[in-house]
Each structure stands twice: as C-alpha cells, then as structure tokens.
Design a protein around this ligand. Structure first.
Ligand SMILES: *[C@@H]1O[C@H](CO)[C@@H](O)[C@H](O)[C@H]1NC(C)=O
Ligand SMILES: *[C@@H]1O[C@H](CO)[C@@H](O)[C@H](O)[C@H]1NC(C)=O
Ligand SMILES: *[C@@H]1O[C@H](CO)[C@@H](O)[C@H](O)[C@H]1NC(C)=O
Ligand SMILES: *[C@@H]1O[C@H](CO)[C@@H](O)[C@H](O)[C@H]1NC(C)=O
Ligand SMILES: *[C@@H]1O[C@H](CO)[C@@H](O)[C@H](O)[C@H]1NC(C)=O
Length: 258
C-alpha cells in the first residue's frame, strides 16, 4: 500500500551506464514528502536473478552499501549505509520508510544473476518538507493612518522557500506604490490608495508543496485621503458662492427696508 502523501515523491530514473543488458530504476511515486514512503522499483530485469544490492550514490561502493538481499534463503545483509528504515523486497525494490531530507540523492542497485554476471542502474530521490502555515504581521495601524502607508510582513520559520503575495485570491500585481523586499517577505504599500483595499495573504512554497496565511483585510477609509485640488477648488467655489448669495440677500433685504 502506498500512502497518499507519497504521491509527491520524485525519483528521476535514467538509463544505466552502457552494459549488455538494460535496467532502469523507477520510483513510485516520484516526489516524496518528508515522512512518507519511497519505493525504488527495478524495471526491465532479464535473466535469472539470485540477489540484489542497493547503494547510496551512483556507484557500487561497499562503504555506501545499504543492504544486500539473497533470494535463495531470503537473507538480508545490512551495510554501513543502512539507517534502519530501508528494506529490499523479494522483487528487488528498495523501500524507504518515513523519508528524511537527508535521504535525498542518488541510489544504485546491482542485480546479480545465476551466471554471476551483474547489471546496475541508478535513480534519484527528491524529498520536500511539509510547510507550516505562515502568518501576516502588519505595521502599527495608528502609524499606518498617520503616514498613509502600510508594511505587511510574511512570518515563517521555514527554509528554502519562495514567498508570494495573494491579493483578493489572485497573485498580487506590481504597481508604483507597491514594493517587495528582496526576499519578498515584506510588502510595503506607500501611499495607500483606494484600489489597495482588499484581502491579502502570503504564500510560501518549496519544490513539493505550499501553504497560505490567513487573510488580512486592508481597509481603506476615504477620510484618510488628502483632498485633491479639484475638491479644494469646489469647496472654495462653494463657500464663495454661498457668501455671494448671502451678501446679495442681505443687500436685497436691507435695500427693501429703505
Ligand atoms: C544465505 O545463503 C548464502 C549462500 O548461498 C550464505 O552465504 C548466507 O549466509 C545465507 N544466509 C542465511 C541468513 O542463511
Ligand atoms: C515490488 O514489491 C513491492 C512491495 O511488495 C511493491 O510495492 C512494488 O510495486 C513491486 N515492484 C514491482 C516492479 O513489481
Ligand atoms: C559485476 O560484474 C563485473 C564484470 O562484468 C565485475 O567486474 C564486478 O566485480 C561485478 N560486481 C559485483 C559487485 O559482483
Ligand atoms: C498548512 O499549515 C497548517 C498548519 O501549520 C497545516 O495544518 C496544513 O496541513 C498545511 N497545509 C499544507 C497544504 O501543507
Ligand atoms: C521587513 O520588515 C521588518 C519589520 O518592519 C523589518 O524588521 C525587516 O528588517 C524588514 N526586512 C526587509 C528585508 O526589508
């Protein structure tokens, strides 16, 4: 049984060095989450095989031996590179339980035939870590209103990740008043405009997975905006017109009384 998480295990298989027989190593599934199971299968086997040996690295080196397996008496012989999590199955597949980041790399198998000839092949395993949900920290709201600017920081302890910002469920588009720090963890909006109002999330990702923060809603108040010259002119005209009307009215009332 292959656990669901191991749907993301990567094993890039490739042809072995030129030999008389062909052999390939293939992992099911190809990109592994930390903690899942990785299986290296041997494909295109030929002849009567009597045993298998698995090694770390891309060559047959006894110091890097994980395990040897003899079919005739079902005997498993661990090598110096065995961690306690590896087993060779009767069909030659190498199974690694609860994979760790340090399991990443190349693995080589040697198949030994009844005539004592052998063929080898290699495959690669990639392992990714599951990512804890990041969070957004926002610069002090009071300062924000006063300075008309906001800094959002994506808080995460994860390593080897890329950071992206999501605005209203879509990837944040660049704009003249929107700045990202070099590591993309800090998003600065200066000055805040009406169109910047909405829902913000930060998303962290690695080769195998991603995780998004909760939503932070940036509220933009109209009162926060400076009056435009047009508005100011309109207000002044309004005041002047009002004043003129009052003066005219008073003059009318006054002159009527005379
Ligand atoms: C299995 O057989 C091989 C020889 O055919 C022998 O060297 C090895 O010790 C045996 N292992 C066990 C566990 O019996
Ligand atoms: C070999 O056996 C293992 C475990 O029994 C299984 O998961 C795997 O699919 C088998 N591989 C092939 C190529 O049949
Ligand atoms: C594999 O076969 C080659 C010759 O084809 C031989 O030189 C080598 O020692 C063999 N390796 C093992 C581990 O038996
Ligand atoms: C995101 O993180 C939360 C908690 O840190 C976790 O429960 C969830 O499974 C993660 N999601 C993914 C897709 O890794
Ligand atoms: C991101 O913002 C935080 C808090 O405002 C600050 O301490 C940090 O130096 C900034 N980092 C970068 C890379 O700009």
């Amino acid at each position: 049984m292959i656990p669901l998480t191991s749907v993301l295990v990567s094993l890039l298989s490739f042809w072995t060095l030129p030999t008389t027989a062909r052999l390939t190593v293939d992992t099911v599934p190809p990109l592994a989450a930390e903690g899942s199971v990785a299986v290296f299968n041997i494909l295109e086997k030929e002849g009567l095989i009597i045993g298998y040996g698995w090694f770390r690295g891309n060559r047959i080196d006894q110091r890097a031996a994980i395990e040897a397996y003899q079919i005739i008496n079902n005997s498993h012989t661990p090598g110096p590179s065995h961690t306690g999590r590896e087993t060779i199955k009767p069909n030659g597949s190498l199974v690694i339980q609860s994979v760790k980041k340090q399991d990443e790399g190349t693995y080589t198998v040697i198949t030994v035939k009844a005539d004592l000839t052998n063929v080898s092949a290699s495959g690669q395993l990639q392992v990714y870590s599951l990512l804890q949900q990041p969070s957004i920290q926002v610069s002090d709201p009071m300062v924000r209103e006063k300075e008309n600017k906001v800094v959002m920081t994506c808080i995460t302890n994860e390593m080897d990740i890329t950071v992206k910002w999501i605005f209203n469920k879509q990837q944040l588009k660049s704009a003249k008043n929107v700045f990202l720090s070099e590591d993309s963890k800090n998003l600065t909006i200066d000055p805040i405009k009406k169109e910047n109002a909405g829902d913000y999330q930060c998303e962290i990702s690695n080769i195998g997975t991603s995780n998004r923060s909760e939503t932070f809603e940036l509220k933009v108040k109209d009162s926060q905006f400076k009056l435009t010259t047009g508005t100011i002119a309109a207000i002044i005209i309004g005041i002047l017109v009002g004043l003129a009307v009052t003066v005219a009215l008073m003059y009318f009332l006054f002159s009527n009384k005379l």
